[in-house]
Write a protein of this length. Structure first.
Lengths: 381, 168
């Protein structure tokens, strides 16, 4: 019976269940602590201060940077946002609570297992600005071990789920259709897979390309998915995932570790005994080896910075054009109206450009990773 | 939250999420996709090779066919020309034969004619001799009347006739 059940359960169904569970966990961020007796909607409405001046820089950076709640829109002076769960580990205990308790510098008071009072706060200024910190008994602030599901993490989960679902569907249609011509979503993905394989992996890695192909395909599609989803301005998309340095750093680290862990003898020989340079660059002072070793670390660093900077810059430019309408609109309605057409056209143009950049950055990241793998996998002739 | 300092929580979640995605895709999605793509490419390649082979075969067959047709044509021409020659020969032969036959018949006829002419001539000679004898008899009847001389002459004539009869 159980076996039959598992056989009958399609991968897709499982994924839907997992996805719904994930949403459930994300949205039910209350009641983790029994004494937390505040009940309200997740989508909360906060009184908006009257006639707040538009601060374009703040608006843009609120979008670019990570946050503990996902602001969807402001409607009739009220912020509509999803409060995301805060998960912190402090002094041997894990605290999980909704970020809605911490809005506008409010303190969240809970108790540790010994019944002592524990306070958390998000300072609006100072060195911990915008981060959850614990207020110690002596009034000092301490940053706990923070693994909250922030906006970026949430966006990351959304795109990862989408990625996995789409590729499992594609794989199942390959299983079903065999070598027949691709159809539907399979036909959309297939040219890209072939492109990565034939234009990126094969020419840059050489005969061992098959070992690296799954990773290259994964980063290619991961980056392109996050880039494109980041351009969609509606919840649950539009989080600035690949424009976050931590995300790109992890991707670069993966590339770094794969390069150096799969490096053959020849690769390390090239680093520590670089061929084709005069001996005095290596002997008393090992200049070349130092340069090469530093290069090993600089390469992934540059990868991370490039992706992060490109995507962030794109988001800033699009938002800048949109903000221009409101900045001028505050001066005079006519100016705002006049500039709105121009701004909109420019924003659309930049959005199209960003679509191109989304692809190019995915391509460049994958291409450079492939190049590094190619150097690592090269064998002595 | 800072722009250029990686946040630890995000590093943690990203490593976890990307690791899981990588694991799932590399285990369940990409091997299937790549294998099928490879299989399809191989299939297409063999299909193309086969098509090329078949095309070559067809080409060869076409050449063979053309050769056979050419040979058949040659054969046909030969047969026709042979037939014509035989036909001509036959006509020629028949002609010569007919001519020969003609000549033979004519010769025969000539011979017969000659023979007949000879017979006729002999006949006529005899009849003339007869008639002349009869005429002579009539003439002589009147003169043969007692004269010795005339008796002698008659004897002589008789002898002559007798001689002639003996010869013939």
């Amino acid at each position: 019976m159980i076996n039959n059940f598992f056989k009958l359960t399609d991968i897709r169904k499982t994924l839907v269940i997992v996805l719904s569970l994930m949403c459930f966990v994300l949205f039910i961020n209350d009641d983790v602590h029994a004494y937390d007796n505040v009940h309200s909607d997740n989508i909360e409405e906060i009184e908006h201060e009257e006639c707040e001046k538009l601060d374009a820089g703040k608006l843009i950076f609120d979008h670019i940077l990570d946050s503990y709640d996902w602001h969807i829109m402001t409607w009739k002076g009220k912020h509509i946002s999803v409060s995301l769960p805060i998960i912190v580990h402090s002094e041997g205990e894990l605290y999980v609570f909704s970020s809605k308790h911490l809005h506008h510098g409010h303190e969240y008071v809970t108790h540790d297992k010994h019944g002592g009072e524990v306070k958390f706060i998000i300072p609006e200024e100072g060195m911990y600005e915008g981060n959850v910190v614990r207020v110690c008994s002596d009034g000092t602030l301490a940053r706990p071990f923070d693994i909250s599901i922030t906006k970026t993490v949430c966006g990351l989960f959304v795109s990862c789920t989408l990625l996995v679902v789409i590729f499992l569907i594609v794989a199942s249609s390959y299983r079903k259709r065999g070598i027949k011509a691709p159809k539907g979503i399979q036909a959309l993905i297939e040219p890209l897979v072939i492109y990565v394989r034939d234009e990126i992996a094969k020419p840059n890695i050489g005969k061992h390309y098959e070992k690296y192909l799954p990773y290259l395909l994964t980063i290619f599609f991961f980056i392109i998915f996050n880039n494109v989803l980041g351009l969609i301005p509606f919840f649950p998309f539009g989080a600035n995932v690949t424009g976050n340095i931590a995300v790109t750093a992890v991707l670069a680290l993966f590339t770094f570790f794969i390069t150096n862990l799969t490096g053959k003898k020849h690769y390390y020989k090239d680093i520590f005994n670089t061929p084709g340079v005069p001996w005095w660059l290596k002997f008393p002072l090992p200049l070349m080896p130092i340069v090469e070793v530093v290069g090993c670390f600089v390469k992934p660093f540059v990868l991370a910075i490039r992706l992060f900077a490109n995507i962030t810059a794109g988001h800033i430019v699009v938002l800048g054009f949109i903000c221009m309408i409101f900045i001028l609109g505050e001066m005079s309605a006519a100016a705002g109206g006049a500039i709105s057409v121009v701004s909109l056209l420019l924003a659309v143009f930049v959005d199209c450009l960003e679509l191109l950049v989304a692809f190019i950055q995915a391509y460049v990241f994958t291409l450079l990773s492939a190049l590094y793998f190619g150097a690592a996998a090269k064998e002595e002739h | 939250m800072e722009l250029i300092t990686p946040d630890f929580g995000l590093l943690f979640w990203m490593t976890l999420a990307f690791g899981i995605v990588f694991f799932i895709l590399a285990k369940f999605a990409f091997p299937v996709i790549n294998e099928m793509l490879k299989k399809r490419e191989e299939e297409i390649e063999t299909a193309l090779e086969n098509a090329e082979m078949h095309r070559q075969e067809i080409k060869n067959m076409q050449a063979d066919k053309n050769k056979i047709i050419a040979e058949a044509k040659e054969e046909k021409d030969k047969i026709i020309s042979d037939g014509r020659r035989i036909h001509d020969n036959m006509i020629e032969e028949a002609k010569t034969k007919a001519e020969e036959e003609n000549r033979r018949i004519i010769d025969q006829a000539m011979e017969v004619i000659e023979h007949e002419r000879m017979a006729a001539t002999t006949d006529i000679k005899n009849q003339i001799a007869d008639i002349s004898i009869k005429v002579a008899e009539k003439v002589l009847m009147k003169k043969l009347e007692s004269d010795q001389e005339q008796l002698d002459y008659i004897n002589r004539l008789l002898e002559e006739i007798e001689n002639r009869n003996q010869i013939s």
